[in-house]
Write a new protein. Structure first.
Length: 271
């Protein structure tokens, strides 16, 4: 076995354990960790630049299938999930995720890097400086506004390879939901995004040249198996701790890390 494959496996294990924990703790799905990690690992392995980011994003989404459901189950046991929100917003989020997978299959690696970097930077700024007490309204929008916002959450989450929780927590708190309920409910957004987006990435990448070995379209099967198993293992731990630890301090520290990662991904796109 070559040294590159060994380091790839170690990288997947470390990313999976950390991403699952972070996803459960902050409700962000773990993709913020998995996507840049996979991108760097595949760069080291010499995967074709034209598909490198697509595979990172698609594989990240595939792992969120298990992470989101495990995290949602843990939050449900804590009786913190608003299922009325999931039922009314979930279908539109899922449709947006399908659209995001289609668009991602048509654009270049540079565009996906810009979308990921810019989106992650916004998430970092909100996570570091946002106040859960900020409000736009006392309740969530309905009608066309709900459809457009929910669809946008699904679209950009699918193009970034994240579970939608990062956007969902901000959205829910701005519209009157307490922070713990927002984190718990937003974990369900990943369930609405991950499966349809994963199928979309598998189809969009079918037959593309330069894919890493054992890929199904833009989904790395080794990445799906290893990351999926490990994120599912640690996501419930993070979800349980979310109700006990000082979220504000942890979020500011994690936001600084996300900002550094986001700026590095934007640099990759520009050079």
């Amino acid at each position: 076995m070559s040294p590159e494959i060994v380091w790839f496996a170690f990288g997947l294990i470390a990313a999976g354990l950390f991403a699952g924990f972070v996803g459960g703790l902050f409700g962000i799905g773990g993709g913020a960790v998995i996507v840049p990690t996979l991108y760097l690992l595949m760069t080291a392995l010499g995967v074709d630049e034209a598909v490198r980011m697509h595979v990172a994003v698609g594989t990240s989404l595939s792992t969120i299938i298990t992470t989101s459901w495990r995290s949602l189950a843990a939050h449900t046991k804590a009786r913190a999930v608003d299922y009325a929100v999931l039922k009314s917003w979930g279908p539109w989020i899922a449709l947006g995720a399908i659209a995001g997978a289609v668009v991602a299959g048509l654009v270049s690696t540079e565009i996906l890097l810009v979308v990921f970097g810019a989106g992650l930077l916004l998430i970092a700024v909100q996570m570091g400086f946002g106040d859960p007490k900020w409000r736009l309204a006392q309740d969530l929008p309905t009608g066309v506004t709900r459809v457009s916002i929910a669809g946008s959450v699904g679209l950009f989450s699918a193009m970034m390879g994240i579970g939608g929780g990062a956007f969902g927590v901000t959205l829910l708190t701005l519209f009157g939901r307490p922070i713990h309920q927002a984190v718990a409910t937003a974990s369900g957004f990943g369930a609405a995004i991950a499966l349809p987006a994963t199928v979309g990435y598998a189809i969009a990448g079918f037959g593309r040249e330069g894919l890493p070995p054992y890929s199904l379209g833009f989904i790395s099967l080794p990445g799906f198996v290893i990351l999926g198993a490990l994120t599912a293992l640690t996501a419930p731990i993070g979800a349980r701790l979310a109700h006990r630890l000082p979220q504000a301090t942890l979020k500011r520290a994690f936001a600084m890390l996300l900002a550094v990662v986001a700026l590095n991904m934007l640099r990759e796109a520009l050079i």
